[in-house]
Design a binder for this molecule. Structure first.
Ligand SMILES: Nc1nc2c(ncn2[C@@H]2O[C@H](COP(=O)(O)OP(=O)(O)O)[C@@H](O)[C@H]2O)c(=O)[nH]1
Ligand SMILES: [Mg+2]
Length: 288
């Protein structure tokens, strides 16, 4: 993450978003439902400032439904409504416009009372890989036509009409994550938001097992047919799983690298069921 987000890049990104912010009525902040805290930009409040904002949890198809409920409750306590979606298949995305209409109802009504129509303009922001492009594609596909596609109309900026009275800026605002927090780095790596090559696979996989053995022990036991108690060292658990899988190299040693990679792939690929990597009570203190 540090590789891409040097200070100059951050300043440029921030400037771009600030420019686009002037053009919109509301900002959709896209978060990964599995890691709502870790997928949040640390500076979002300052960047968005006083613009109305809607929080959207994406990838709910991968997150633990119970934990997602906890997050929704946690946000509600802060008076923030959350919309849950799956940007890949489009499930739930219709709730975005419904919620936006609610949030901006006062403004819309003011115009309606005067017999005028108001075109709400929105933009999507979020960290890399959270699903911004997928969401824009889904919303654009569902809608009729691009509104600014007449030659000479909007040079550089394209607006997509999502529905009557609601237009979306077709370029998202890309934000940096809290990359200075190692816990965040770990969570981004576990969800696949950061390329594995940057991190040591074996170390990451042990971190994964450390979390799973505490929060999802039954999922592990069921998938890999292993028995263990929560005090088992992470690496021992990894070897136990590798052995069960028959990942043996010459000399009878267990192939730990292969096991590590398999564990990461299978967790991300829903083989252990829906998994969330963060719960609200863990991050409550930091976020207050
Ligand atoms: N399972 C699942 N995958 C998703 C969802 N939304 C996006 N993705 C996947 O996440 C990856 C990153 O999505 P993308 O839209 O490129 O993210 P961006 O970097 O924010 O534009 C892609 O492989 C998408 O297919 C979702 O709701 N569920
Ligand atoms: Mg993208």
């Amino acid at each position: 993450m540090n590789i891409n987000w040097y200070p100059g890049h951050m300043a440029k990104t921030r400037r771009l978003i600030t420019e686009n912010l002037k053009l919109v009525d509301i900002v959709v902040e896209l978060l990964d439902a599995r890691i709502p805290h870790s997928s949040k930009n640390p500076d979002i409040d300052n960047i968005v400032n006083n613009k109305p904002r809607l929080a959207v949890f994406n990838k709910v198809d991968l997150a633990d439904d119970k934990v997602t409920e906890e997050w929704i409750k946690y946000y509600k306590e802060k008076n923030i409504n959350v919309v849950c979606i799956n940007a890949r298949d489009g499930k739930g995305t219709e709730k975005i416009s419904t919620e936006i209409n609610k949030i901006l109802s006062e403004k819309i009504n003011k115009y309606t009372e005067k017999g005028m129509n108001y075109n709400i303009k929105m933009m999507i922001v979020g960290i890399p890989n959270v699903g911004k492009s997928s969401l824009i594609n889904k919303l654009a596909k569902k809608s009729s036509a691009k509104t600014g596609d007449k030659p000479g109309v909007t040079k550089g900026k394209q607006w997509v009409r999502i529905q009557k009275g609601l237009e979306l800026l077709d370029t998202p605002g890309i934000l940096w994550p809290k990359f200075e927090d190692p816990e965040v780095g770990k969570n981004l790596a576990l969800t696949g938001a950061i390329k594995d090559e940057i991190l040591d696979t074996l170390e990451l996989s042990c971190m994964l097992l450390n979390y799973l053995k505490r929060e999802y022990p039954d999922n592990l036991k069921e998938r890999y047919k292993v028995e263990f108690d929560k005090d088992i060292p992470d690496y021992d658990l990894l070897l136990m799983i590798g052995k069960k899988r028959g990942f043996i190299i010459s000399g009878g040693e267990i192939d730990d690298e292969r096991t590590a990679k398999m564990l990461l792939d299978e967790t991300r690929g829903l083989k252990l069921g829906k998994i969330s990597f963060e719960k609200p009570y863990q991050s409550q203190n930091e976020e207050s």
